[in-house]
Write a protein that binds this ligand. Structure first.
Ligand SMILES: Cc1cc2nc3c(=O)[nH]c(=O)nc-3n(C[C@H](O)[C@H](O)[C@H](O)COP(=O)(O)O)c2cc1C
Length: 169
């Protein structure tokens, strides 16, 4: 078990996943930290059909649509670091993550983003997080290829260490 860098840092992992890759990564992060974990779930699930999902996602992203979410955190106040995960959809994070980022006050919080993708890595997700959360500190993001999430634990550990979430050993 890795020891958090500063024992007083309270960490939340918040993620959305459509087909499981980002969920797998979130669980790897959870395994290596003492973070709480929150799955971002839209009230209306996206279509299971890939092409239908791609079309809906394109429309929503182009119109900055923020879908309603099934549940809300009781409070974000207790957390210092929020590790936010999403699949890369059209070179940014998925709309449910936009809803999550718009739903709380991140002033004074640190956001550590991770993205699973199939080629466009972080895309413009970091810039888009900065737009939604201008008063947060945003640390360097980790892009992992969706087809490679099961081999990414050492990259995840390095990223958590480099960003001071867990202790260097
Ligand atoms: C609607 C949609 C849009 C996508 N757009 C991109 C993209 O622009 N760039 C990219 O590299 N991958 C894209 N992908 C691939 C996903 O980012 C990738 O498969 C990811 O690992 C899926 O994560 P998940 O299993 O947590 O949903 C897209 C997938 C979907 C369903």
């Amino acid at each position: 078990m890795n020891i958090p860098m500063q024992a007083q840092n309270k960490i939340l992992i918040a993620y959305y996943s459509w087909s499981g890759n980002t969920r797998y990564m979130a669980e790897q992060i959870k395994k290596n930290t003492n973070a709480d974990i929150f799955e971002i779930v839209p009230t209306n699930a996206y279509p299971e059909d890939y092409n239908a999902c791609v079309d809906q996602a394109k429309k929503e992203i182009n119109s900055n649509f923020k879908p309603a979410l099934k549940s809300k955190l009781a409070s974000i106040e207790a957390y210092d670091i929020i590790i936010v995960g999403s699949p890369n959809w059209w070179s940014t994070f998925a709309p449910p993550v936009a809803s999550f980022l718009s739903g709380y006050n991140f002033t004074g919080k640190t956001i550590l983003p991770f993205i699973t993708h199939e080629g466009t890595r972080m895309g413009k997700s970091v810039e888009d997080i900065k737009q939604l959360c201008p008063t947060a500190t945003i640390l360097s993001g980790l892009p992992v290829r969706g087809s490679n999430v099961r081999n990414a634990e050492s990259d995840i550990l390095k990223w958590l260490r480099d960003n001071g979430v867990i202790q260097k050993q």
